[in-house]
Design a protein around this ligand. Structure first.
Ligand SMILES: C[S@@+](CC[C@H](N)C(=O)[O-])C[C@H]1O[C@@H](n2cnc3c(N)ncnc32)[C@H](O)[C@@H]1O
Length: 272
């Protein structure tokens, strides 16, 4: 059953009272769908969920994990990886180092896709890879670089589409694929590279003592309302070097005054 607006507000207030999480600027529509899912999965009403959260802090953490959407893929949306390779990465190839931040990295597939690409462009050594997410469980999976075998066909299709026309190694050069163990493991030299950290974008803080040449924040902002999106874009703007690129999801966009501070190439925004 769809939760009422009053129930959603009750839930948001209870979470913010009992933790550092603040969902008050999430988009009402998608948040309502996520709460509806929680109610179904736990067979509980919103007041019942709140009651249980109050008694058990780990239950609150669990609900926060369940409320976030963590879907991701290696080379997700392959066309964007062609633009990153042909248009974005060459801008920074003569820099001494290339700082890359994946905000809302989920289980890390986007992070490893970028590192594979940088390896192919002979820029791996110069790349400094940073990744954050709200959800500690997905960060643990990202750190392990261990994924389910059943995802392999999708990853191969994405990779082939992202690298079409190029003579590059097959994707299994970068992965240990075991049908027997039912696993895909990203090779150790890739897994060892990124620094991961728990971080809530709602804090509006850059959690790293760095500025960036490239910031990825794909398929995350879609869950926030426009005011919060714009405040986060401001934070990204401040965190980029001039000429740095912000890459957002294919269903996302930057609106309002902040958009004037970027040159737009599809879903890639380059800081003026
Ligand atoms: C759909 S995944 C996107 C993963 C990857 N960027 C991609 O496009 O494939 C969205 C991620 O955003 C994270 N997220 C949601 N709210 C967040 C917040 N306030 N701060 C940081 N990460 C957040 C979720 O935990 C989830 O892992």
């Amino acid at each position: 059953m769809e939760p009422s607006q009053a129930d959603i507000q009750l839930f948001i207030d209870a979470v913010s009272k009992q933790s550092d999480y603040d969902f008050s600027d999430y988009s009402l529509k998608s948040f309502s769908r996520r709460i509806e899912k929680l109610m179904g999965d736990h067979r509980a009403s919103v007041p019942e969920l709140i009651h249980k959260m109050g008694k058990d802090k780990s239950f609150l953490e669990r609900l926060v994990r369940e409320i976030t959407v963590n879907t991701t893929e290696l080379f997700r949306d392959p066309q964007i990886w062609q633009s990153i390779r042909n248009m974005i990465v060459p801008r920074y190839q003569y820099e001494d180092f290339i700082n890359i931040w994946h905000a809302g990295s989920s289980t890390g597939q986007e992070v490893y896709s970028m590192l594979i690409l940088m390896h192919q462009q002979n820029l791996f050594e110069k790349s400094h890879s940073f990744a954050t997410d709200l959800n500690t469980e997905v960060i643990e999976t990202a750190r392990s670089g261990l994924y389910r075998y059943r995802e392999i066909d999708e990853y191969i299709d994405n990779y082939n589409a992202a690298t079409v026309g190029l003579s590059l190694p097959p994707i299994d050069d970068y992965l240990e694929i075991s049908r027997k163990r039912s696993t895909i493991k990203v090779k150790p030299y890739l897994v060892e590279k990124p620094k991961y950290k728990k971080h809530d974008l709602v804090s509006l803080e850059n959690p790293w003592e760095h500025r960036f040449h490239i910031i990825f924040c794909r398929n995350v902002l879609i869950y926030f309302n426009h005011e919060l999106q714009n405040r986060i874009f401001e934070m990204f703007y401040d965190s980029l070097y001039t000429g740095g690129a912000l890459i957002i999801g294919k269903h996302e966009g930057i609106l309002g005054d902040i958009s004037l501070k970027f040159d737009k190439y599809g879903t890639i925004y380059v800081k003026k």
